[in-house]
Design a protein around this ligand. Sequence first.
Ligand SMILES: NC(=O)c1ccc[n+]([C@@H]2O[C@H](COP(=O)([O-])OP(=O)(O)OC[C@H]3O[C@@H](n4cnc5c(N)ncnc54)[C@H](OP(=O)(O)O)[C@@H]3O)[C@@H](O)[C@H]2O)c1
Length: 329
Amino acid sequence: MPHYNAFRIHNDQGKHSAGIEQLEVVEPEQGEILIRTRYSSINYKDALAGTGRGKILHHFPLTGGIDSCGEVAQSNDPRFSEGDEVIVTGYGLSATDDGGYAEYLKVPAEWAVPMPEGLGPLESMALGTAGFTAALALHRMEANGQTPEMGPILVTGASGGVGSLAVNIFDGEGYAVTAVSGKPQQHAWLEHLGASEVITREQLQLGHHALEKGVWSGIVDTVGGAMLSGLTRSVRPWGSIAAIGLAGGHELNTTVMPFILRGISLLGINSADCPYSIREEIWQRLATDLHPRHLEDIVGQVVTLEELPKIFEKMLNGETHGRTLVQTN
Ligand SMILES: NC(=O)c1ccc[n+]([C@@H]2O[C@H](COP(=O)([O-])OP(=O)(O)OC[C@H]3O[C@@H](n4cnc5c(N)ncnc54)[C@H](OP(=O)(O)O)[C@@H]3O)[C@@H](O)[C@H]2O)c1
């Protein structure tokens, strides 16, 4: 059988190592497809897994990368035929199973979404888990009653992958978006993407009371920790918070007051295990009504598998913005 390149992550008795290795192409079993990949992308979780700084992989070794797209090279499932273009994000990629940082990827067919009309391989990975998550946040918030008329939405960690796409997608849906970003050099870029206002982390007034003035009608939070804890106190009545990430910490210290006196909701966003029917619907929307404008301005760079370790470090040091794509073939 032919061989292919893959970015493998090892942990031998607590010692992390990662790099490119040659693996043998294995034929898909019943219910599986083999994808000749085109692109993957770099998400925060990928950087944690690839550097060994987060407990992401359930066992070792595995190929990294929670996103992938490409063409079906071989199918052992009636849902897909050779040549079909597909997207796979989340599920067990780079957690329980091999991920997308490879020239070939074998997955259960039920993890693959057909590439929707209106999206190509590069665009689908410019979105990737980050865009899917931002759109899922919008979807869940609107299902919970959020509307543009209720007032401004705050996006935290705005210069990141999820944050920048959330700014663009929420603005596109008619929301007034305030972006909070620790990178003053990216403020003009965030305004270009659709933020009507950009503030620094220091400018965000969190206060100390159980209830502060209601400022935000909703929050898309990728930061967690003290920022999310504080923000629960300044959401207007009936607003929703989409809890997405933990770039600033995983703890949440708040009181029940905003929930029982203002009726606010804390919505958990889990992109990896999103049910298939919602997953398909979100990808359809990303190809149509939620298709981000300025997608080309959100993609900072396209890198090779060899360049992954360098970008992981940059991401964890807060030196990246927007999305980084990985060309796998
Ligand atoms: N729930 C899900 O399904 C899901 C899906 C995707 C991602 N996530 C999570 O969402 C978060 C963002 O992911 P991403 O891929 O967009 O990562 P990213 O591109 O690295 O963006 C993270 C952003 O958070 C901000 N940030 C970083 N450290 C911070 C700190 N200590 N305090 C405050 N802000 C900080 C920075 O933005 P500024 O410099 O602009 O402030 C950074 O650009 C991660 O925690 C990730 O695990 C969750």
